[in-house]
Design a protein around this ligand. Structure first.
Ligand code: SDX
Length: 436
């Protein structure tokens, strides 16, 4: 980061000493005001619940321009990566900073492929869950449990440990997600097959049974791979910030990623794709397109607590570029499956059209985000709704790891420990219970 020649001066109307605050410039995006010495020099904290104006770190991984609706992974536009690369190339890019050449890609794919099996003991964790357990509850447990199997790679400060932990996590997430799914449907687990692509292997572990050969549909496999790429990383979102904060204590990579899985589950974050599809189902059940007007009225009524799931974003105040790519994938997949007239897809497009013309959404710059169409594509592919967020977690694992590695390898990193504005009871004496 480059010191700016502009300074910020903080002064107080009560005559307290003012303070010069240095500014830093990034390569693109907003400058930052360095407040690291603020408390030491003024005895005051900044106050920013939800971190709307706070940069928690400097990073070289992902850049989002919310006004333009631009998303770059290591400088490459998501529109180009989603079309010209596959997910494992994007994983290599996020982890190493550059796209792999042929031999680098072959070596990386081989490393990942040869770590896709999980320890046979892992299946016994699943037996502890009810068959109807939510897949994200299962995944939170399984990912955390991985740390119990790899004592050879839990020192987050050791670069070799971080490298093998990254490979193991990227390689095993599809196997674990497929196991979480098979457990809920009472079917036997399907072992990985090393002659399949990453996404093809996942689809086979999800949908194959011992009763017949599974023939992957290339269009659906390509769509699954693109869904992984679109969800791979996204700057300092809630789950990535969780992984960074968790990892800053020096805990092992598996525990830090498990914390990210738990955070992603929330409906305001990764759980929105599941919530969005359930919202579309509800509208469909209550009358479909004819019901949209009443639904939008409900959303605009603050007391209803109803949100248009899959819409709005803390950073994007324009169309989320991933939503556009996801809508294209929708067309491809539904076309391939002869579902062009899928009523839910038509309902989603009509809902989007009406919302984008409605002053409430326009005034608040609310546009479709990555979750608006992803559920429709996944449902068409055959993914059950409760598994959508687990697939988001599968895809985001590489982003979490890349961000965690970037923090740990920054010599300046410290354990994250925010402060607070205390508004509670001041010191007082305990009274004996008879006097309370
Ligand atoms: C993801 O951070 C990331 O990068 C996340 C993510 C990633 O890849 O990691 O992009 C993935 O989580 C995408 C977002 C998925 N969530 C949803 O689709 C849930 C619905 N969206 C909202 O909950 C909301 O838009 C958030 C949580 C996404 C963002 O909320 P903010 O930035 O805190 O904005 P806000 O709640 O302050 O909203 C501003 C206004 C409010 O109205 P007013 O009080 O100003 O009158 O817009 C309204 C909100 O009520 N609003 C919505 C709305 N989203 C915001 N109103 C109706 N429907 C919505 N979806």
């Amino acid at each position: 980061m480059t010191p700016s020649d502009v300074k910020a001066t903080l002064s107080f109307s009560d005559g307290s000493p003012s303070m010069d605050l240095p500014l830093y410039k990034g390569s693109i995006g907003p400058d930052v005001i360095d407040i690291r010495k603020l408390y030491a020099q003024t005895g005051k904290f900044t106050y920013d619940p939800g971190f709307l104006s706070t940069a928690s770190c400097n990073s070289t991984i992902t850049y989002i321009d919310g006004d333009k609706g631009e998303l770059l992974y290591r400088g490459y536009p998501i529109e180009q990566l989603a079309v010209q690369c596959d997910y494992l190339e994007v994983c290599y890019l996020l982890l190493n900073g550059e796209l792999p050449n042929e031999s680098q890609k072959a070596e990386f794919v081989s490393r990942v492929t040869n770590h896709t099996m999980v320890n046979e003991q892992m299946q016994f964790f699943l037996r502890g869950f009810r068959r109807d357990a939510h897949p994200m509850a299962v995944m939170t447990g399984l990912v955390g449990a991985m740390s119990a199997f790899y004592h050879d790679s839990t020192d987050i400060n050791n670069p070799e440990h971080r490298e093998i932990a990254a490979i193991r996590l990227i390689a095993k997430m599809p196997t674990l997600v497929a196991m979480a799914y098979k457990y809920t449907v009472g079917q036997p687990y399907v072992y990985p097959k090393n002659d399949l692509s990453y996404a093809g292997n996942f689809m086979r572990m999800m949908f194959a049974t011992p009763c017949e050969e599974y023939k992957p549909n290339d269009v659906l496999v390509r769509a699954m791979d693109r869904i992984f790429t679109l969800h791979a990383d996204h700057e300092q979102n809630a789950s990535t910030s969780t992984v960074r904060l968790c990892g800053s204590s020096g805990t092992n990579p598996f525990a830090a990623i498990a914390a990210g899985v738990a955070c992603l589950w929330g409906p305001a974050h990764g759980g929105a794709n599941e919530a969005c599809l359930n919202m579309l189902y509800d509208i469909q059940k209550q009358g479909g397109v004819a019901r949209i007007g009443d639904f939008i009225k409900q959303v605009k009524d603050k007391n209803s607590n109803v949100k248009l799931m899959g819409f709005g974003h803390r950073v994007y105040k324009n169309y989320d570029p991933r939503a556009k790519l996801m809508r294209e994938t929708c067309h491809e997949v539904l076309g391939e499956l002869g579902l062009q007239n899928d009523p839910l897809f038509k309902l989603a497009m009509e809902l989007e059209k009406i919302a984008l013309e409605d002053e409430y959404f326009v005034a608040r710059k609310l546009y479709p985000n990555v979750d608006f169409y992803s559920g429709i594509v996944q449902r068409a592919i055959g993914i059950p709704v409760p598994l959508f967020t687990a697939i988001f977690a599968l895809a985001r694992t590489v982003g979490w790891i890349a961000q965690l590695n970037e923090m740990i390898s920054d010599p300046e990193y410290k354990i994250g420990r925010p402060r607070q504005l205390f508004v509670g009871a001041t010191a007082r004496d305990v009274k004996p219970i008879g006097q309370r």
